[in-house]
Design a binder for this molecule. Structure first.
Ligand code: AHR
Length: 512
């Protein structure tokens, strides 16, 4: 059986796990914005100002901390001025990246900011570097965040909003090495400094500017950006140069390198599962690799690392538009999420934000909609069960007996992973057992505080292919679980958890 023996000092604080590691991403892609969020004020689906209530409630229930919009690749062909003013007068455009469909711009800046208000989430706006101008981006910041009698604040008022909004997060382009302009690291680095300079902090708004960083493990890109920041004297904020405060990278999990055959979301073999987990674990070496490069230029971790696109990417569901990236979501996806979170938590000193791709109806979604019906995916339940880690203090787990690895043709992967954090008199232990066939035993020697188990829950299923549909919405859902107990011995108190095969579990503790 897979085992993990570890020691956790509950009175020793590791990094704080930013709630923004639980961030989301919604692009104008397929049925994410249209149908997923936006149904329009006249829809029969219950909505607030055109935004569907069921999806908003589901995301509020997992404490969604921020939402990145409008892309993705779409961000670098989006011209924000086309998405403000009376809807019937807004010009349309072609969404060349995603399905070549006509975008009528009915969901624009005001609709997005309203969505964030309904969600209680911080907006993260991705600006257009690829086909936009510095002036256009600068105006957008002014339109959103400036009060008083400035040209863009007047225009905003004409469009019905008198007060500026608060916009904490700002992206300087997206995937500038690819769909965002096919640039070299050197070219982009120059542009990032230029665009960031004109994204001003108006009134009390303080932008956290996020430069478009590397794909996967392109450490040269990270190094080029970091070198430039040291030339400019750090992540500066001055009237002359605003700099950027973080850089982002993207990493998707597939089970093959063949983009035309990424594999089915629901019908996959044991070999596909193995390959998926080997590749999912690469997030660990990639986060650490970028952090190492950043440490060399910025040992104090003043510059943040952001993973603003992550998750699984499978073939689209049969019969759906290949450009819409609509995929089902199984227990395998949930386990990929569980392991990503443990890696994110462990690297929380440098990693300040992560955004799963994407929130509704696209890639590794939280919710899938079918007309008026909405289904919560297994991945959603991992976000829900892990919500207690948001803004909590992590406690490093010293592993005293190594957990097992699974060997296969495509390499091996660790099958057991865990996070322990605490906040406000309680602690949360989350555990992921990736072993497809075997149960796992975890023994954690929890020291430094008194504790008791208050609740344990498990997300499991008959197979890793298990998933939820509109007709069977709870095939994979969290259940209370009696596999967690406290054992008291001469050496102290041990939390013992017996996990079923391919499962994710959380144990809540009351601290004294
Ligand atoms: O999330 C889908 C796409 O993946 C995004 O638009 C792009 O940034 C990435 O390549």
């Amino acid at each position: 059986m897979t085992t993990l023996n570890g020691v956790v000092d509950l009175d020793v604080a590791g990094a704080t796990i930013s709630r923004h590691l639980y961030g989301h991403f919604a692009e104008h892609l397929g049925r994410c914005i249209y149908e997923g969020f936006w149904v329009g004020e006249d829809s029969d689906i219950q909505n607030s100002d055109g935004i569907r209530d069921d999806v908003v409630q589901a995301l509020k229930d997992i404490s969604i901390p921020n939402l990145r919009w409008p892309g993705g690749c779409f961000a670098d062909e989006y011209h924000w001025m086309n998405g403000v003013g009376p809807r019937e007068e807004r010009p349309s455009m072609v969404n060349t990246h995603w399905g070549d469909v006509v975008e009528d711009n009915s969901f624009g800046t005001h609709e997005f900011m309203r969505l964030c208000e309904l969600l209680g989430a911080d907006p993260y706006v991705s600006g257009n570097v690829g086909s936009g101008t510095v002036a256009e981006m600068s105006d957008w910041v002014e339109y959103l965040t400036r009060s008083g009698d400035a040209p863009m604040s007047r225009l905003r008022r004409e469009h019905g909003r008198s007060e500026p909004w608060t916009v904490p997060f700002w992206g300087i382009g997206n995937e500038s090495w690819g769909c965002g302009g096919n640039m070299t690291a050197e070219q982009y680095t120059q542009l990032a400094a230029q665009f960031a300079t004109y994204c001003r902090d108006h009134d009390g708004n303080r932008l956290y500017r996020i430069a478009a960083g590397p794909n996967r493990d392109d450490y040269h890109w990270t190094e080029t950006l970091m070198k430039s920041i040291s030339t400019l004297g750090g992540p500066a904020r001055s009237p002359k140069h605003n700099g950027w405060q973080a850089l982002s990278f993207h990493y998707y999990t597939h089970s093959s390198d063949d983009w035309d055959h990424k594999g089915s979301a629901t019908e996959f073999s044991a070999a596909d599962y193995h390959e998926t987990m080997v590749r999912a674990w690469r997030i660990d070496e990639i986060v650490r690799g970028h952090a190492r490069v950043m440490d060399a230029y910025d040992p104090e971790a003043a510059v943040g690392l952001v993973c603003d696109e992550w998750g699984t990417w499978w073939d689209v569901e049969p019969g759906t538009n290949p450009g819409f990236l609509f995929q089902q979501n199984t227990l395998r996806d949930a386990l990929v999420a569980g392991l990503h979170f443990d890696v994110f938590h462990e690297n929380a000193r440098r990693l300040v934000m992560a955004n799963i791709a994407q929130t509704v109806n696209v890639l590794q979604a939280m919710v899938l909609t079918d007309g008026a019906r909405m289904v919560l995916t297994p991945t959603y339940h991992v976000f829900a069960m892990n919500a207690g880690h948001q803004d909590a203090t992590s406690h490093p787990v010293q592993v005293t007996a190594a957990d097992a690895t699974h060997e296969g043709e495509a390499g091996s992967y660790r099958t057991l992973t865990t996070t322990v954090s605490s906040r406000d008199g309680s602690a949360l232990v989350s555990l992921t057992n990736l072993d497809v066939d075997g149960p796992a035993a975890v023994r954690l020697d929890l020291r430094g505080r008194g504790w008791d188990v208050s609740r344990a829950r498990v997300l499991a299923g008959a197979s890793v292919q298990a998933h939820n549909t509109a007709d069977a919405p709870d095939a994979v859902a969290p259940a209370d679980f009696d596999g967690a107990r406290k054992e008291t011995g001469r050496e102290g108190d041990t939390l013992v958890v017996e996990l079923p095969p391919h499962s994710f579990a959380t144990v809540e503790l009351t601290l004294s």
